[in-house]
Design a protein around this ligand. Structure first.
Ligand SMILES: *Cc1c(COP(=O)(O)O)cnc(C)c1O
Length: 227
């Protein structure tokens, strides 16, 4: 028995999938290991877990090259804001980018993908609550931006991602994100975290990003997802 197969999070995902008549295998559990050292991550790797998420490039660069050498099948997801001048580094390390949220970054990524032949799959991040402090393309610009990424730049966009406003019922926001994906014919929905992943699964999440429910409470303020 692996660590994850008996983990309460895994059981809750299975239950949520079943309740909405979905297949467990259609939901990717991204273990969000930000702020946690390699020693905390290794038991998950040894149990065969493959998908991990980080939100800071520098931290990921410190931890993951060595881990990837030992566990080569790992799939790494970038969840946090990506500066344009760090895009090349991100492209080399990550298999998925969930934070594609502006034209300048999209254009730069398109150029780099051509140059490097690395094509991490991308989610367009939507600022689903139109919050001034948050990353993500504005809701009213989301459709045009997705068209720009897919049609003009031919980027490998697989879906949309969002972080609903804190302290609000996330369900309407999950529904809103799903509508965008449906309108644009995108298959994947990156939504749901430790506190709300069951709701996200009920609304069609294909990628849930779960940190504290797997690794424990984070002590570092710096890596809060509100950044
Ligand atoms: C930290 C983070 C998560 C995980 O949050 P938990 O509440 O610990 O599950 C998910 N998504 C993003 C973008 C994050 O930064």
């Amino acid at each position: 028995m692996t660590l994850l197969s008996s983990h309460p999070v895994e059981l809750a995902i299975q239950k949520a999938a079943k309740e909405s008549q979905r297949q467990r295998d259609d939901i990717c559990l991204i273990a969000v290991s930000k702020t946690f050292p390699s020693a905390s991550i290794e038991p998950f790797l040894e149990a065969g877990h493959l998908h991990f998420g980080e939100n800071r490039l520098q931290e990921a660069q410190e931890k993951w090259p060595a881990l990837k050498e030992k566990f080569s099948a790992v799939q790494l997801h970038l969840l946090g804001h990506l500066q344009t001048n760090k895009a090349r580094t991100a492209l080399m390390l990550f298999d998925y980018i969930h934070s594609l949220d502006r034209p300048k970054l999209a254009q730069h990524l398109a150029r780099l993908m051509e140059e490097t032949n690395k094509r991490p799959r991308c989610f367009v991040q939507v600022n689903i609550g139109d919050e001034p402090q948050k990353s993500g393309i504005l809701l009213k610009e989301a459709d045009d931006f997705i068209d720009f990424c897919t049609k003009e730049l031919a980027l490998p966009i697989i879906g949309v991602m969002a972080l609903p406003p804190a302290d609000e019922n996330p369900v309407p926001y999950f529904g809103l994100l799903r509508k965008i994906a449906e309108r644009k014919g995108l298959a994947d929905l990156s939504m749901g975290m430790s506190d709300d992943f069951e709701h996200a699964i009920a609304l069609g999440a294909t990628h849930v990003r779960i940190g504290s429910a797997l690794f424990g409470k984070r002590t570092s303020q710096a890596a809060s997802h509100q950044e």
